[in-house]
Design a binder for this molecule. Structure first.
Ligand code: SAM
Length: 399
């Protein structure tokens, strides 16, 4: 055991200290705390430590609301006030941009009006009939009966998952604006679904191993005046409160009357918003059901100037030779495919809106995009409150 003074937080919310000049990462330790730790892993360049005793606690430390907080690993910042989690995220972004030697414009921050009970999707594991999450980087189950980040409608179902009699498998619960639920089950067990067993849950569909065994395989999500069909396997932003602000930003910056490219389009949300002003929108998405949803969504929202292409961004971009005034990029965590990035760099589009859920791949891509574009606006959106994750909205203009 040794004593360590925590100096700052890393990008994952872990405390950073030093033992004989070698860095040590300590979970649940805050700057200025003096902690007694056990070394639980030793690598050539760093240690990983676990707190045994707090010798001096930070004035910023709060008691986490969730009883599973210190074992579950789903949240990382519940021992801070909400304001401090925002400060952590601001510092994290400033640090990532500075390290990449990228100029960060004046940052605007969009907070989450519901920092708990916001998630509209929750995935859990079931091991030997126990429901929970895997501990980070392991297959050890932490059994839970509640998650404070999830919407109440999801929490209500979670308490009743045992009634499905699943012994081993996984389950995703999705909830929409109307608290309707889609239940997606993957298991080798024999599952039959009986809606009467869940009298207080508005279950509209149950999908077992990609086959609908009850109701529908989709539901409708509403954000402001827009209605979107969302299939069980299609992406939708997990936080409807912050998504509303994301859509407002998009409305603000799509002033273009030319063509818009909506890359990584999901069920077509961003393209449909852009279509209110644009001449024509071309969406590209790799999941078939999401493209089919997009085709229905354009009708639902009376946007007939949207076309949707099924396939990978890189492949489809190679095939279409159109000019775009605005390119919207909203990729998964791994960021832009590098082939797609090169095509975008040669496109002469007047502006790029890059929405990202991983600042590391964002700056990697911005390093290249800023060779031809100026980064004019940066917004931090607190889409994933009490976790270390950050959503970014960037506006780039052709130089
Ligand atoms: C972060 S989501 C954004 C979805 C959508 N823009 C929205 O706001 O709902 C990323 C999307 O990219 C899709 N995707 C992943 N890899 C892709 C690829 N290589 N080409 C096209 N789409 C891809 C995923 O299926 C997912 O729908």
């Amino acid at each position: 055991m040794c004593e360590v003074l925590i100096e700052r937080l890393d990008h994952f919310g872990r405390g950073i200290g030093y033992i004989n000049k070698k860095i040590v990462f300590v979970n649940n330790a805050l700057p200025n705390e003096l902690v007694k730790i056990n070394i639980i892993a030793e690598h050539s360049k760093y240690y990983v430590g676990q707190v045994e005793k707090y010798l001096n606690k930070s004035t910023h430390r709060l008691k986490a609301k969730c009883p599973y907080y210190h074992i579950c690993g789903g949240c990382n910042l519940q021992h801070l006030s909400y304001e401090d989690t925002i400060l952590f995220k601001k510092n994290k972004i400033e640090n990532i941009f500075a390290r990449a030697n990228l100029n960060l414009p004046n940052m605007e921050i969009i907070k989450n009006e519901s920092p708990y009970f916001y998630r509209n999707k929750l995935s859990v594991q079931i091991v030997d009939s126990q429901v929970g999450f895997y501990e980070e980087n392991s297959h050890k189950l932490v059994a839970i009966s509640n998650c404070l980040l999830a919407k109440k409608s999801i929490q209500d179902f979670l308490k009743n998952v045992w009634k499905l009699n699943i012994q081993n498998g996984s389950l995703t619960i999705r909830s929409n604006y109307n608290d309707e639920l889609l239940i997606v089950i993957n298991t080798k067990d024999n599952v039959t679904f009986e809606p009467n067993l869940f009298p207080n849950c508005k279950i509209v569909g149950v999908i077992l191993n990609n086959r609908t065994i009850y109701g529908t395989s989709y539901f409708y999500e509403r954000i402001d005046d827009f209605l979107f069909k969302v299939s069980y396997d299609a992406f939708f932003q997990v936080n409807p409160y912050v998504t509303k602000h994301l859509f407002s930003l998009l409305k603000q910056y799509i002033t273009t009357t030319g063509n818009v490219l909506d890359l990584y389009s999901g069920v077509g949300t961003l393209g449909i918003i852009a279509a209110q002003k644009a001449h024509h929108v071309y969406s590209i998405e790799i999941i078939k059901n999401a493209i089919l949803d997009n085709l229905e969504n354009k009708k639902l929202n009376k946007c007939y100037n949207v076309d949707a292409f099924l396939g990978s961004a890189e492949k489809i971009l190679n095939k279409i030779s159109l000019e775009f005034e605005t390119i919207i990029i909203d990729p998964p965590r791994k960021g832009l495919d590098q082939q797609a990035l090169n095509i975008i760099l040669n496109s002469q589009a007047k502006q790029i809106i890059y929405i990202s859920c991983d600042p590391m791949t964002l700056v990697r891509d911005l390093k290249k995009l800023t060779l031809k574009y100026n980064l004019e606006k940066y917004y931090l959106l607190d889409m994933f409150s009490y976790t270390y994750h950050v959503e970014s909205f960037c506006l780039l203009k052709l130089k």
